[in-house]
Design a binder for this molecule. Structure first.
Ligand code: GTP
Ligand code: MG
Length: 367
């Protein structure tokens, strides 16, 4: 019988050149005794890595409590245009108690770590230095959940705006706790309580109002309230996030930013999720691969290793990975190259399939 007839019996009227949706395609497979599987790009990549003996999910599941060590929380700053995200990131950079007044953060690397001291205890917090939820969603779209906590910046003289809502929706959808920074409190006409009021509508109720969201009044311009904000981030981290990772294995993580540098070639800021990244490691980031030739921190210091949540600038990749691409350490250069090449091939095939969009019955008959 022709496929058109089989489809007719399945209750589907089709012509020989028609495209089918996934469900019909699966039903057709069942009818003809084929198992048709529609695989997502994520599944495909998982299978690709499994062919190289890498099962990252299984690896994480197998980790025992004793292997896990505390790591710094990873924070993203989000909010409406002009509400002060960039200023706030600057103010936070200057609040680092370790780099000191003279130093500050010298290098722009897409992510940085600052240290906050409270009751004599110094703790690290990692900031992703790309403000805006574009970066956040781009990374999430690639399956990389790199943020533990979102700081939602709302200007006290302006109030809750469309992108404020968009940002909080993204964070809530990703189950990422929010700390609200009510910014520009130095301005005349600033009304911090109005922000607290407005945000109750979005399930963000201030602690002082009986809710469980921390609100901190800040002035990014004057550097006011920054210590309190960092403290709120740490309290939020301690309140319910299990921020631990195994540092004693090959590194797995995410490239948060990458570009081509005239002198140094492809440079990528990577954030280690688990394991420890070392100079000399063979790595794959998306479809880029290479060997870590050198690593730098946000102070432009050479470092030899990066532990979980420690962002570093990596030199040695043969091409520029995409923001949000995952990276892993491979057994050797050859394996790294093979994984990268297979991924590139899979990407090309996906691109091609997208262009053709759907497979027509004619294609199926020919096959
Ligand atoms: P986009 O990147 O365009 O979305 O803006 P942004 O959210 O990064 O805001 P940015 O930090 O660029 O600040 C916008 C303007 O507000 C700048 O002119 C800042 O100087 C000013 N600004 C930021 N924070 C404060 C503050 O605490 N007080 C006052 N008075 N002005 C501020
Ligand atoms: Mg900005």
């Amino acid at each position: 019988a022709s496929l058109v007839t089989v489809l007719f019996h399945l209750g589907e009227m089709a012509t020989a050149t028609q495209s089918l949706d996934e469900d019909t395609f699966e039903a057709l497979g069942v009818e003809l005794g084929y198992k048709i599987q529609i695989v997502s790009p994520e599944d495909e990549d998982k299978e690709l890595l499994e062919d190289f003996g890498l099962d990252l999910d299984a690896e994480l599941e197998a980790e025992t409590d004793e292997e896990l060590e505390p790591r710094a929380p990873i924070v993203t700053v989000m909010g409406h245009v002009d509400h002060g995200k960039t200023r706030l990131l600057d103010a936070i950079r200057h609040a680092d108690v370790i780099s000191g007044e003279a130093g500050g953060i010298t290098q722009h690397i897409g992510a940085y770590q600052v240290h906050h001291e409270h009751d004599g205890v110094t703790r690290a917090i990692t900031f992703i230095d790309t403000p805006g939820h574009e970066a956040f969603t781009a990374m999430r779209a690639r399956g990389a959940q790199v943020t533990d906590i979102a700081i939602l910046v709302v200007a006290a003289d302006d109030g809750v705006m469309p992108q404020t809502i968009e940002a909080l929706n993204h964070a809530q959808a990703a189950n990422v706790p929010i700390v609200v920074a009510v910014n520009k409190v130095d301005k005349e006409g600033a009304n911090p309580d109005k922000i607290r009021q407005q945000l109750t509508e979005y399930n963000l109720v201030a602690e002082e109002w009986g809710g469980d969201t921390m609100f901190v009044d800040v002035s990014a311009l004057k550097g006011q309230g920054i210590d309190e904000l960092l403290q709120a981030v740490l309290l939020t981290a301690d309140a319910g996030l299990d921020l631990r990772a195994n540092p004693n294995k090959d590194a797995r993580g995410v490239a948060v930013e990458a570009h081509l540098d005239k002198g140094r070639g492809a440079v990528a800021t990577v954030l280690v999720n688990s394991g420890t990244l070392r100079v000399g490691d063979a790595i794959v980031a998306g479809t880029a691969h290479g060997r870590v030739r050198a690593m730098f921190d946000e102070h432009d210091n050479l470092v030899t290793e990066a532990t979980p949540a420690r962002p570093v600038l990596v030199i040695g990749l043969t091409s520029v990975p995409g923001a949000g691409d995952s990276f892993i350490v491979a057994e050797d250069d050859r394996t790294a190259r093979q994984i990268a090449e297979k991924r590139a091939a899979a990407e090309r095939a996906a691109q091609l399939a997208k262009r053709r969009k759907r497979i027509s019955l004619e294609d199926f008959n020919k096959a």
